[in-house]
Design a protein around this ligand. Sequence first.
Ligand code: AMP
Ligand code: MG
Length: 526
Amino acid sequence: MDWNINMKLNIKDKFNKVLPADPILENTRRQVSKACFSYVLPKETAKPEVLHVSPEMLENIGLSDADAKSDHFLKVFTGNAVLEKTTPYAMCYGGHQFGNWAGQLGDGRAINLCEVEHNNKSWQLQLKGAGETPYSRTADGLAVLRSSIREYLCSEAMFHLGVPTTRALSLALSGDKVLRDVMYDGNSAYEKGAIVCRTAESFLRFGNYQIFAAKQDNETLNALVDYTIKHHFSHLGEPSKDTYIQFFKDVSNRTLDMIIHWQRVGFVHGVMNTDNMSILGLTIDYGPYGWLEGYEYGWTPNTTDSQHKRYRYGNQPNIGLWNLLQLANAIYPLVEDAEPLETILNQYKTDFETRLLNMMRSKLGLKVEAENDQRLVLELEDILHSTETDMTIFFRNLGDFEKDEASKGLGIIQDAFYKPENVVGNIEKRWNDWFDKYAIRLKQESGSDEERKTEMSTINPKYVLRNYMAQLAIDDADKGDYKLIDEFFKMLKNPYDEQPEYEKWFAKRPDWARNKVGCSMLSCSS
Ligand code: AMP
Ligand code: MG
C-alpha cells in the first residue's frame, strides 16, 4: 500500500464542523454573508517539490522524517491531494488596513486543510499560496518563493526566540510561475511560486470578528466569540457578558505580551492591520517585516508605509492599542457596556509603559527596580539614536560590561557602530557618561558580572534573521541552492547560544545591503 499520512494524523476538525459555512460551493470571488468560512480546494501545481521541513513541527503533529519524505506528504502539503475526511476551507474576515476600514478581506490565498490533535495540543494546518479562494479579490491566490522563505524561516526563528508566533511545517516550490511587480513600478516579472504550510492553534484574527460587527450580524459574531472562548480560552468558562469582557482582557494582555517581545528582539512587523492581528496574540502574516539593524524608533521595512511610517518600530505598542480598540468596537454588541472595555484599554496604556521599562531593564541586566531606571533607559535610547548602532550587537556585547571598568564600556560595544569614526567628541563623551551611570546603577544589583552576562544572554539574542541574510538565502534559492535556508534554520533554533561555528552571522549589515530591495526595502508584493 502507498504511504498515507492520513493514518498518522489525528484529524479533529472543529472550526468547519461547528461554525456556519458559506452555502455556495463554487470557487468564485464574492461577498460572503452569515458564514465564517467557504469550502475551497487547493489548486493543483505543475511540479511540486518540498524544499525544507521543520523537524520540530513534524514531531508536534505526530509525523516522522519518513512521513515527510513520502509522496503523500509532498502532495498534501503542496495542495495536490486532499486528506481523507477533510473539507479544506478559507476563512472570512475583514480588517482595517493602514487605519481605514477595508471591508471583506478573508483568506485570499490561504487554505486551511484540517486541524490535528497531538500531545494534547491542537494545530490548524494551512497552506499559504495554494490558489484562489472566494476571498482572492483581484489577486491570484499564489505566493512567491522569496516571501515564502521569509515566512518559513522567520516564523520558526521567532518561536525559538520565545516570541508568540504561528509556525511553519514545510516550504515547497509549486513549479508554477507567478507574476509580481515587486516595487509597484510597472516592472512585472515572473518568479518561482511556492507554498508554505503554516500551523497555529488558530488563525483567527481581529478581522474575523470585525466583519460580522460591520455587517451587524450579531448572531454569527456571537457564535464565533463563543466558539473562540470554548476552544481557545476555555479557562474563562461558560460564555456570558462577563466572560466576553474577560476574553477581551486576555486578548489585550496577549497582544501586549507579543509586542513587548517584538520590541525586545527588534522585530518590526510592517503591516499591523487588524486582519493581521491574531486573536491568540501570535505573530501572524510575515510580509514586509524586518529586523532593526541601527536602533531606530522611526524605522519601518515596509515601502508601502514609508510616507507615514504608521507601523514603525517605536509605534508598534500604540498600534496594538489602536487595533484593540477596533476589536472592542467589534465585540461591543455582545457586551453592551463600553466602560469595562475602556478600562481594559486604559490598563493596556499603563501596562505598556511599565512592561516596556521592565523589558529594557532585563536587556540591561537589571533586576532591582530603581527610581532612575526610566531615565537611564531614555538616555541610552537617545545616544543609540545619535549614531547608527546595531541593536543586536550592542545588547549582546553589553553583557561583557564590568561594573568596575566603566571606561572600557565603549570598547566593548565598538563593533555595534556602523560609523565608528563618528563616535568622537560629544557623542563619545555621552557614551562614557552613560557607562559611568550604568556602572553606578549596577552596584545596586547583587549578582556578579558573570551572572549578569549569563542572564542577559537569555534575553538579548546573538542571532536574528537579519534582513540581508534572508535575502542571501533567497538569492541562492532562486538559483536552486537551498543550503543557506538549512544553515539559517539550524542556527536560528538556538538564537541565544554562542554557536561559534556561525560567528560570521553575528555581524553588522554589510554596506551593499544598506539600500537594497529585499534588505532594507520591502513591499507588500508577495
Ligand atoms: P496581507 O497584506 O498579506 O495581510 O493581505 C491582505 C489581504 O489580501 C488578505 O485577505 C490576503 O489573503 C489577501 N491577499 C494577499 N495576497 C494575495 C494574493 N496573492 N492572492 C489573493 N489574495 C491575497
Ligand atoms: Mg494578512
